[in-house]
Design a protein. Structure first.
Ligand code: SF4
Length: 340
């Protein structure tokens, strides 16, 4: 298997099964993630016998950066996986550090009406090493360190639950990349049974829900997942999560001109989130040629925000990254596919 896809707990189990002291797992993690060893021979703390055993079972294969687009505060990388599939990763430069937006699937089946990626159907789930390598290879090709990770790229993370949880375990491991759990956020379109599973697991990484509508009528039009899990169920699961984790939930809300951005929609949203420990992230829409949606005007966004603020709903307007850089998720991959 690929070395970048195994959690330290599984590596310990692997060593135990081969009669090797499990503490070696820590040396491997320190070697590959802290010292960035590119092969077993570069890990000085492992003895030759352990290396010989591991040599038979693990590869260090990386993913290939095909295209890099660099902007002032955003960089996009198109990667090719070992089976030829292509995925995108986006690095966003914040004043508090660098955030990486990781893809979790090749394509996506959720079919959100406003999303470029949703036009390219899911080909397969990404494996943990393919997500870890988005981070390691992006750091390598961009020469930037990643301090924050959002699972918000192409794909529905909770449609690939076990693999994304393994990925989160690997990147937050204190002997490896050691990214703080509060610096990692998984964003779902609202797969309710998986939100409940996430809550039961007691994971300390952050949860965000892509809400994008204040009522079922609009949400059914924008996000087919809502027909399976309507807002009443979604908000009940959201409430359970905040009560159980005592963490603040992020609700993402893309503002679409004339669709979900009226004063009445803002008031509906206030009622919907009442009593839920959350903050609403208002996102100006990134228009793409292929879809018919328009971004709300600056005045409309400000008016929507004011209504939330007056109702004491915690809210922010997201800083815009790379509007001129094919920044909407999926745009780079879609263009590359057009080229053939
Ligand atoms: S917004 Fe996310 S979940 Fe929806 S279609 Fe796009 S990639 Fe999939």
């Amino acid at each position: 298997m690929n070395i970048y896809g195994i959690t330290r707990a599984d590596l310990e189990a692997y060593f135990i099964s081969r009669g090797i002291n499990k503490t070696k797992a820590r040396f491997v993690f320190e070697g590959i993630y802290k010292e960035r060893a590119a092969s077993l021979s570069e890990i000085a703390s492992l003895n030759p016998k352990v290396k010989a055993v591991m040599e038979r079972d693990f590869t260090f294969e990386k993913i290939k950066a095909l295209e890099i687009l660099k902007g002032e505060d955003v960089c996009k990388v198109l990667f090719e996986l070992s089976d030829g599939n292509k995925i995108e990763t986006v690095l966003m430069k914040h004043d508090y550090g660098n955030g990486l937006c990781v893809s979790t699937q090749v394509g996506c089946n959720m079919g959100c009406a406003f999303c470029e990626s949703g036009r390219l159907k899911k080909v397969r789930d990404l494996l943990p090493h393919e997500m870890v390598l988005q981070l390691l290879c992006a750091e390598e090709v961009l020469g930037e360190r990643v301090s924050h990770v959002v699972l918000m790229g192409i794909g529905e993370p909770f449609d690939n639950y076990d693999n994304i949880m393994a990925f989160a375990d690997i990147i937050t491991d204190c002997f490896g990349l050691d990214i703080g759990t509060t610096h990692v956020t998984v964003s779902t379109g609202g797969v309710v049974p998986k939100i409940r599973q996430f809550t039961e697991r007691g994971s300390r990484i952050n949860l965000a829900i892509s809400l994008h509508a204040p009522n079922d009528e609009i949400r059914n039009r924008l996000m087919p997942v809502n027909r399976a899990y309507p807002l009443s169920e979604l908000m009940a699961a959201a409430r359970e999560y905040t009560l159980s984790s005592n963490k603040k939930l992020t609700l993402e809300y893309i503002l679409l001109d004339g669709i979900n951005d009226s004063d009445e929609n803002a008031r509906e949203l206030c009622r919907l989130v009442e009593g839920i420990k959350c903050y609403v992230n208002l996102i100006p829409y990134n228009e793409t040629e292929n879809l018919g949606f328009k971004r709300s005007s600056r005045q409309r966004i400000a008016a929507f925000y004011d209504i939330l603020k007056k109702a004491k709903v915690s809210a922010t307007i997201r800083h815009e990254f790379g509007g001129n850089l094919k920044a909407a998720c999926g745009q780079l991959r879609a263009e590359n596919m057009k080229k053939g």
